[in-house]
Design a protein around this ligand. Structure first.
Ligand SMILES: NC(=O)c1ccc[n+]([C@@H]2O[C@H](COP(=O)([O-])OP(=O)(O)OC[C@H]3O[C@@H](n4cnc5c(N)ncnc54)[C@H](O)[C@@H]3O)[C@@H](O)[C@H]2O)c1
Length: 248
């Protein structure tokens, strides 16, 4: 497929998991991909897997608003245009809600919610010129009940909510803004979790895959690529669950 031929896409969180798979998928469909992350070594590894010689890798902490501003100034200078913004970067931790520490709460909100929003905020002027698309990675935690993740669930609920705001505000100007809400994907985020010691196992059933299978990040990347492409031209403001039926 060549759905992204001559298109410029930014993918955050591209050093690992879903972001890495998404960068590789867009590259395989012809995109120039600018991959960003805070993990320099792993980002270099992703970059090596991209075939388009015009693609590039940039270290960017999406919790730093000034760095986001400089990133888009440089992007405009170097690439002249932006067609797709794919916000995948995110962090997760599990705590009993009465034990959540304010610093952990702030960090999760800063990265997942504020970071994702300001990536959109700074990308929108270029996307207005290209009539491009935004795909934000939310979570089943935004839509269903998800124990021990108050900050994460709040951040993902916020992403799903503000994405609908952007979808109507900019949809009439030619930009699509959609969310993908995954669950049970085999990545470092889901395989290296530290659950609180005293959890009630009955609540695990609400977040475990119903068929017992954690899917590959490639299975989320294919959905993200669809929503970012012109194939999804008439889709705007949705939260597309890619959760194996978890919330059905
Ligand atoms: N794995 C799942 O089952 C699952 C389920 C639902 C939603 N998600 C969402 O998918 C997205 C990707 O998660 P994943 O499973 O691939 O996890 P992952 O940990 O493999 O990848 C997350 C990436 O984000 C990067 N990152 C973290 N903080 C950053 C920051 N401040 N600035 C820039 N980059 C930063 C990390 O370095 C990492 O490369 C996340 O938003 C996550 O919430 C994952």
């Amino acid at each position: 497929m060549t759905r992204f031929q001559n298109k410029v896409a930014v993918v955050t969180g591209a050093a690992s998991g879903i972001g890495k798979s998404t960068a590789i998928r867009l590259d395989s469909e012809g995109a120039i991909v600018i991959i960003v992350d805070i993990n320099e070594n792993q980002l270099k590894e992703t970059k090596k897997l991209l075939s388009n010689k015009n693609s590039s890798a940039k270290i960017l902490d999406i919790a730093n608003i000034n760095d986001i501003k400089s990133f888009f100034q440089t992007l405009k200078k170097d690439y002249k245009k932006l067609d797709c913004l794919i916000n995948v970067a995110g962090i997760l931790r599990f705590d009993n809600s009465h034990e959540v520490q304010i610093d952990d709460w702030k960090k999760i909100i800063d990265v997942n919610l504020t970071g994702t929003f300001f990536m959109c905020n700074q990308a929108l002027p270029m996307l207005l010129e290209s009539k491009g698309s935004i795909v934000n990675v939310s979570s089943s935690a935004a839509l269903g009940s998800h124990a021990w993740t108050a900050a994460y669930s709040a951040s993902k609920g916020g992403i799903s909510a503000f994405s609908k705001t952007l979808a109507v505000e900019y949809g009439i100007k030619g930009i699509n803004v959609n969310c993908v809400c995954p669950a049970s994907v085999k990545t470092p985020m889901s395989t290296k979790v530290n659950l609180p010691k005293d959890i009630d196992d009955r609540l695990l059933r609400k977040i475990m895959p119903i068929d017992g299978v954690n899917r590959s990040p490639d299975d989320i990347a294919s959905t993200i690529a669809f929503l970012a492409s012109d194939d999804a031209i008439h889709i705007n403001g949705i939260n597309l669950r890619v959760d194996g039926g978890l919330l059905t």
